[in-house]
Design a protein around this ligand. Structure first.
Ligand code: PGA
Length: 256
C-alpha cells in the first residue's frame, strides 16, 4: 500500500480566530490531547499568535504554520509578512492559496505560484490549497480546474522541493458549510491531483506526496475520509478550534 509509505498530516487552519491570549488556552488543551499521534500534527494560526504557538509547542509533536506569506523577501509591502520573518520565529509551515484568499483577497493562480516558490526557496513547508466552486462542480469541470490550479501553483517547483509540499484538496462548497464531500468525491479528486503530480514529477514523487482533504471535516466524518487510499489527512477549519474534536480527527488519521 502506497498510503503506508506516506505520513498523514492533520493541519488546523484557525483562520481569523483566537487572540494570542485565547490561543494559549486552546494550545494547552491540544498538547496533551494529540501527544500520542502517529500522524503529523500542524496548527496554522493568525500571525499574531505564531510566536505564542511556537513557544508553547516546543518539545511537543505539534508543528506551527502561518496562513499566508508574501512572495517578496522584504520591502515596501505594508501589512505583509515574508517567509524569512516566519522562519525566524520558528514557523515551519504555511498555507498558500486558500479559497478564502482567492475569493476575498484577489489571490490568483499566479500569485499562489509566486508565494509557493518563495516559501519553498526560503525553507518553509507549504500546504497548497486547490479546489472547485459549486458552479464549477455542477458544470463538470472539477478535474480540469483542479489540474490547472495544481500545475500553475507548482510551476518552478523542483522534484526535490516536492518533499516539502502538501496539497490540500478543498472543494469551496464544502468549506465552513457543514457540507462535506463524500469520501468517494474526496478520493476521486485527490487521486486526480496525484496523477497530475505524477505527470509533472514522476511516479515516485506522486506516491510520496501528501494530499489532504479539507472542507467541513470533523470528528464524525474524519475516519471515513482519511481511510481512502489517496487521502492523507486533512486541513481542518472549524473543528480545529475545539481541542476535543481536533484530537478525534488526529486519532482517526493515526489509525488510517
Ligand atoms: P472547515 O474549513 O473545516 O471549517 O470547512 C476548512 C478550511 O477552510 O481549511
Amino acid at each position: 500500500m502506497d498510503k503506508l509509505n506516506r505520513k498523514a498530516v492533520i493541519a488546523g487552519n484557525w483562520k481569523m480566530n483566537k487572540t494570542a491570549t485565547e490561543a494559549k488556552v486552546l494550545i494547552s488543551e491540544l498538547i496533551p490531547a494529540v501527544k500520542d499521534a502517529t500522524c503529523d500534527v500542524v496548527i496554522c494560526t493568525p500571525y499574531t499568535t505564531l510566536a505564542t504557538a511556537v513557544e508553547m509547542t516546543k518539545g511537543t509533536n505539534i508543528k506551527v504554520g502561518a496562513e499566508n506569506v508574501h512572495y517578496e523577501k522584504s520591502g515596501a509591502f505594508t501589512g505583509e509578512i515574508s517567509a524569512d520573518m516566519l522562519l525566524d520565529l520558528g514557523v515551519e509551515y504555511v498555507v498558500i492559496g486558500h479559497s478564502e484568499r482567492r475569493q476575498y483577497f484577489g489571490e490568483t493562480d499566479q500569485t499562489v505560484n509566486k508565494r509557493t516558490v518563495a516559501a519553498l526557496n526560503a525553507g518553509l513547508k507549504v500546504i497548497l490549497c486547490v479546489g472547485e466552486s459549486l458552479q464549477q462542480r455542477e458544470e463538470g469541470v472539477t478535474e480540469e480546474l483542479v489540474r490547472m490550479q495544481t500545475k500553475i501553483a507548482l510551476r518552478g517547483v523542483t522534484a526535490e522541493q516536492m518533499a516539502n509540499v502538501i496539497i490540500a484538496y478543498e472543494p469551496v462548497w464544502a468549506i465552513g458549510t457543514g457540507k462535506t464531500a463524500t469520501s468517494e468525491q474526496a478520493q476521486e479528486v485527490c487521486a486526480q491531483i496525484r496523477k497530475v503530480v505524477g505527470e509533472l514529477y514522476g511516479e515516485a514523487v506522486a506516491k510520496s506526496t501528501t494530499i489532504q482533504y479539507g472542507g467541513s471535516m470533523n470528528a464524525k466524518n474524519a475516519e471515513e475520509l482519511v481511510a481512502k487510499p489517496d487521502v492523507d489527512g486533512g486541513l481542518i477549519g472549524g473543528a480545529s478550534l475545539k481541542a476535543a474534536d481536533f484530537a478525534v480527527i488526529v486519532a482517526a488519521a493515526s489509525n488510517g
